[in-house]
Design a protein around this ligand. Sequence first.
Ligand SMILES: NC(=O)c1ccc[n+]([C@@H]2O[C@H](COP(=O)([O-])OP(=O)(O)OC[C@H]3O[C@@H](n4cnc5c(N)ncnc54)[C@H](OP(=O)(O)O)[C@@H]3O)[C@@H](O)[C@H]2O)c1
Length: 291
Amino acid sequence: MRGFEEPYLVIGAKGMLGTDLVTHLHREGIGTVSMDVDEVDIGDPDSVKRAFAAAKPGTVINVAALTDVDGCEAVPDQAFRVNATGPKLVATACRDARCSLVHISTDYVFDGLTRTPYREEDPMNPLGVYGRSKTEGEVLVRQILPEDHCIVRTQWLFGLHGKNFVATILNLAEEQGTLRVVDDQHGVPTYTPDLAAALLTLCRAGARGTFHVTNSGITTWYGFALRILERAGLGAVKVDPMTTRELGRPAPRPLYSVLDTTRFVALAGKPLRSWQDALDDYLRVPRPGQD
Ligand SMILES: NC(=O)c1ccc[n+]([C@@H]2O[C@H](COP(=O)([O-])OP(=O)(O)OC[C@H]3O[C@@H](n4cnc5c(N)ncnc54)[C@H](OP(=O)(O)O)[C@@H]3O)[C@@H](O)[C@H]2O)c1
């Protein structure tokens, strides 16, 4: 079994999580090489080989993915190329280069038919193309790097460097007097800087296997929207609850996908802070157009 040696290679570095991860690694003094799709295409074996030859990583953190859940339904081949073949090629390159892999996965590997938080060993049963492609990515990483992987499942990410629910709600609130938001999906909003710090905690602890990492608490998208508006001083905007069926998005979604983080907490010594506190941090950063 290998350690999490430097330099770290972050793939997907310009995405929402990747941007905060690279910032955090630099702040912590970790030697880091950053790459995104313009430098490495994880679905292309030659591109992955070239990237590894250039970066000579001791540890790879793969946060690259096709994350448009509804979009994936229309382009399943592309989804599987990035979310399943991609991790397979990255894991193979890690095995050949004798380095460790941290790979990010999702609550969408589960069907959401339970009412208690999912544990890492619970059976996966994804509902849509995105979830199926991410599930296959996990399976391949475990097969190729049985000893030297750390798979981190997370959910409902929001951060300053990507399209996310908080920004969407704030934009809609400016355009519309009344919003309708889904109230029958349960999960935990997770702030990307908090997750970024947790990923380094896992590496420093030499974590192996699968971990669930989210902020603390539980809510629905409706509950999340109410809190966003209240804390942004937009409590007068009316929000009506609606069902997932009423919204009618192309991809099916798990109705209950809370992740049990006990394993992470045991290793880190404490849980991540509440999603409400994390949201307050997000909202403290001025948005474009704000005084
Ligand atoms: N967002 C969520 O709510 C959520 C929830 C659970 C788990 N996750 C997982 O968390 C991770 C990070 O998510 P995120 O929201 O930060 O994603 P993101 O903002 O979409 O970032 C993903 C990055 O990967 C890049 N990429 C796409 N195809 C690639 C390829 N073939 N080769 C190399 N890079 C490629 C993307 O580039 P382009 O933008 O140019 O495509 C983007 O910069 C992903 O593994 C995702 O599955 C996310």
